[in-house]
Design a protein around this ligand. Structure first.
Ligand SMILES: Nc1ncnc2c1ncn2[C@@H]1O[C@H](COP(=O)(O)OP(=O)(O)OP(=O)(O)O)[C@@H](O)[C@H]1O
Length: 775
């Protein structure tokens, strides 16, 4: 009899890590198994603990563990490979079960649980294949048992939680007693390393301080299915609910892709439910760094693209704030979607989109030169000097213009007199408003005369064009409704009117926290209000430009359609803990908004990954810092290029190591030093992506937004630079609200930088460290 084979997600991940030669033998094994599972050479035998789990021989050393999931309608046996491991780590007690909450098949790996926990819970593991004493390796490192523990057992880590609580939340039944026996976080880490995903999430959530109700709401409820009694023990039916990879002749390609494939195929349930849902209007997903917001946004694009009727236009817009992130999004989307579907997606950065709208709406050759804020502030400063105007700082006036006048599209002095200035700090009375208006009128006249405009102005103009266009579409639709859907051919005032339509059916935004109010108005007008119109991913803790917006005020109503992701896939627990101190998530730092009227939180934000504690490196001088940096980078390069023969294969350092610095000047200094003095090739991270082919990427913190590196060094994290005291100190007394905003921005910048590191983070400084780094 032939067999159909599938691969359990966790087994697939185990396979990625195995040596090439073992992978090769596994392909052969699968081939033979599919031909005839009962072939004597495979030595297929049930384990003693759970009659449904079998072991079979891949070669002398490796075994596949398989669960038999019935026979299909063609009489073919269905098998699921749940693990692939060395024979020394195969135990009779290993088992599979159907989770009572998700209805999925779960493989529970007791072999990784620490000995002390097993002992406390009274569980003994029996090796299937006893090995000589000398060859025996402990299945997992055993945590030290201190004498005092023997005398007086330590309190359980999950105190106050009962077995019934864990069961009802969906913890795998075989792990409940063990979880209750855990007394410290190291033991919990071991236990969850072999646990099914839901169990892992629940236990980490509880250990992180989430209440039972919170866990039920945020972790359990999203994945709960209704199971008929007959389904509770039917492995065949459960297999259909379980995320697996079919084992066929393409398996080789799948395994070659390795870790890169993971997010493409296995969305976490909390992520998946956001992707496939039908929303009645704009939806927003938030979450700490690395929780997969971008991945969710990309899968959302895929989901929307797959629903489109065939065509050659681009009904989906995928947009974000920075150009270099657009490059990254394009590459990731291309690896997720068929080329003909990628072709239906417009991928562009928000300023380029605004510029395109302006070009379409202006005669050729009449466009203005667009300038950055720093240039505009310089022009304003010059004007204040000429006017001998000392009452106002140029930065204050510029912000007043950007955030109040442009932000609220105030067209005249009267409107400015009546405008709300929420969140602006220093209050201004009517005579002061009159002065400000007068200066800013002269400022904009000067820009106009020089045929220049800021990106903020450009965004405002583009928004106005798009809003006018949307108003025309609506007026036409209203007229059509009036005449009962008949053609309006005789009533349209221009032939163009007949063809005018919204630009997109769906808009997906990543890194939404940095978009300006005008951008939102433009996007809102580009897509018809309705189901699935806008999907917005962002994290206000990562806002590094000063663009606060309340979405409700720009026509984007996300109420009732907001969700939060809390599990980081990028950053280790250790890096995350360090980064959380930077934004002072539990302390007294100012609150972070939720892009609407409420506040955001990082509560429950956690990681299941472990790694070294981030290194804090105080140095005496800048030269000292550079020398130490070079030593670290050499060691990292060596580590990556040699691999460790185990879980960490050899890697090209390119794209895996980066140095993040506080300002442009230091980028040049670091690059020069590394290239000329330290024998390390470098590539600069620019606004448009990576320039060059060097091993180590170097860039300012702003350029790291949305990216990630296996190893990351932050240099120059010193007092006076983060935050830049020369810029913000003047607000301490004069404008405390502004001061708080500047501080929050500086914290966010360091937070973004620190959370770009996957495994290893090192932060150095000379002199005194930044006040946001607690030592
Ligand atoms: N379901 C998943 N399975 C495997 N890997 C995942 C999954 N979801 C996310 N990742 C990985 O986690 C990392 C972070 O994902 P992503 O960039 O989407 O996070 P993010 O929330 O947008 O982060 P940030 O806000 O810091 O930019 C990526 O390497 C991604 O591949």
């Amino acid at each position: 009899m032939t067999a159909r084979l599938s691969l359990y997600e966790k087994a697939e991940h185990e396979l990625y890590k195995l040596d090439r030669s073992v992978k090769g033998k596994f392909y052969d094994f699968c081939h033979r198994f599919r031909q005839n599972p009962d072939h004597p050479g495979l030595d297929l035998k049930p384990l003693k603990g759970d009659g449904r789990v079998f072991r079979a021989k891949i070669d002398q050393s490796y075994r596949a563990l398989l669960a038999k999931a019935g026979v299909d309608e063609h009489g073919q046996e269905r098998w699921l490979v749940v693990a692939v491991r060395h024979r020394k780590h195969v135990y009779e007690e290993l088992s599979v079960a159907i989770n009572r909450v998700t209805g999925e098949i779960e493989f529970v790996d007791l072999s990784v649980v620490g000995q002390s926990v097993l002992q406390r819970a009274g569980v003994t593991l029996t090796p299937v294949d006893p090995t000589p004493e000398a060859e025996l390796q402990q299945p997992a490192p055993t945590p030290e048992v201190h004498e005092s523990i023997a005398v007086e057992p330590a309190a359980p880590l999950l105190s106050g939680i009962t077995g019934e609580n864990l069961r009802s939340l969906g913890v795998a039944a075989q792990l409940i007693d063990l979880a209750l026996a855990v007394t410290e976080s190291g033991e919990l880490d071991q236990l969850v390393s072999g646990a099914p995903l839901l169990t892992k999430d629940i236990l980490y959530g509880l250990a992180a301080g989430m209440s039972i109700d919170e866990v039920r709401r945020e972790i359990t409820a999203p994945v709960e299915v209704e199971l008929a009694d007959t389904e509770r023990d039917d492995l065949g039916a459960a297999l259909a609910r379980t995320t697996v990879t079919t084992i066929d002749d393409d398996l080789r390609v799948v395994l070659e892709e390795g870790d890169f494939r993971a997010w493409k195929v296995f969305l976490h349930p909390a992520q998946a439910k956001l992707v496939d849902r039908r929303y009645n209007g704009p939806a927003r997903v938030s979450g700490g760094p690395g929780t997969g917001k971008t991945i969710v946004a990309l899968h959302r694009v895929k989901h929307l693209a797959q629903q489109l009727p065939p065509g050659h236009n681009k009904p989906i817009l995928l947009t974000t704030f920075t150009t270099n992130l657009t490059v990254d999004l394009r590459a990731r989307l291309s690896s997720l979607l068929e080329p003909d579907l990628v072709a239906r997606v417009e991928i562009t950065n928000i300023d380029k989109l605004a510029a395109r709208v302006l070009n379409e709406n202006s005669l050729s050759g009449t466009g203005k030169q667009r300038i950055y804020d720093s240039v505009a502030i310089g022009i304003l400063q010059h004007l204040l000097f000429e006017l001998d105007e000392k009452r106002w700082e140029p930065e204050f006036l510029y912000e007043e213009w950007e955030q109040v006048i442009l932000g609220q599209s105030l067209g005249n002095r009267k409107a400015y007199f009546e405008a709300r200035r929420a969140g602006r700090g220093r209050s201004v009375n009517r005579p002061e408003r009159a002065q400000i208006w007068k200066i800013l009128e002269q400022f904009t006249a000067r820009l106009d005369k020089e045929n220049r405009e800021t990106w903020g102005q450009a965004a405002e103009r583009a928004a106005r064009f798009e809003m006018e266009r949307a108003a025309k579409i609506k007026a036409r639709q209203d007229r059509k409704d009036e005449v009962g859907g008949k053609d309006l051919i005789h009533r349209d005032d221009s032939s163009g009117m007949r063809y005018i339509a919204h630009r997109y059916q769906h808009v997906v935004v990543d890194e939404a926290q940095d978009l300006r109010p005008a951008h939102w108005k433009m996007l809102r007008a580009m897509v018809a209000p309705g189901p699935d119109d806008m999907f917005i991913a962002g994290d206000t803790y990562q806002r590094i430009y000063d663009q606060q917006v309340t979405l409700g005020t720009v026509g984007v109503n996300i109420r009732g359609r907001s969700s939060r992701l809390t599990l980081s896939y990028r950053t280790t627990k250790e890096i995350l803990a360090r980064a959380m101190q930077v934004v002072d998530a539990k302390g007294n730092a100012p609150a972070y908004d939720d892009l609407d009227d409420g506040t955001d939180t990082l509560a429950g934000y956690r990681s299941v990954l472990r790694g070294p504690i981030p290194e804090l490196a105080p140095c005496d001088t800048w030269d000292d810092e550079l020398t130490q940096l070079a030593t670290t980078l050499h060691a990292w390069r060596e580590e990556l290029t040699s691999g460790d023969g185990g879980n960490n294969p050899r890697r090209d350092p390119r794209g895996n190591i980066a140095v993040c610095v506080a300002d442009r000047d230091s980028v040049n200094q670091v690059m020069y030093y590394l290239a000329t003095e330290a024998g390390i090739t470098v590539a600069e991270l620019t606004k448009d992506g990576v320039k060059g082919d060097g091993e180590v990427h170097v860039g300012t913190m702003h350029r790291f937004k949305g990216l990630e590196y296996q190893k990351l060094a932050i240099v120059g994290a010193r007092d006076g630079v983060i935050p830049r005291t020369t810029v913000i100190d003047r607000y301490r007394e004069s404008d405390p609200q502004r001061y708080a905003r500047e501080e929050r921005k500086a914290r966010s910048l360091l937070f973004v930088a620190a959370t770009r590191a996957r495994d290893t983070l090192r932060i150095s400084w000379h002199g005194t460290s930044s006040p946001y780094i607690s030592q």
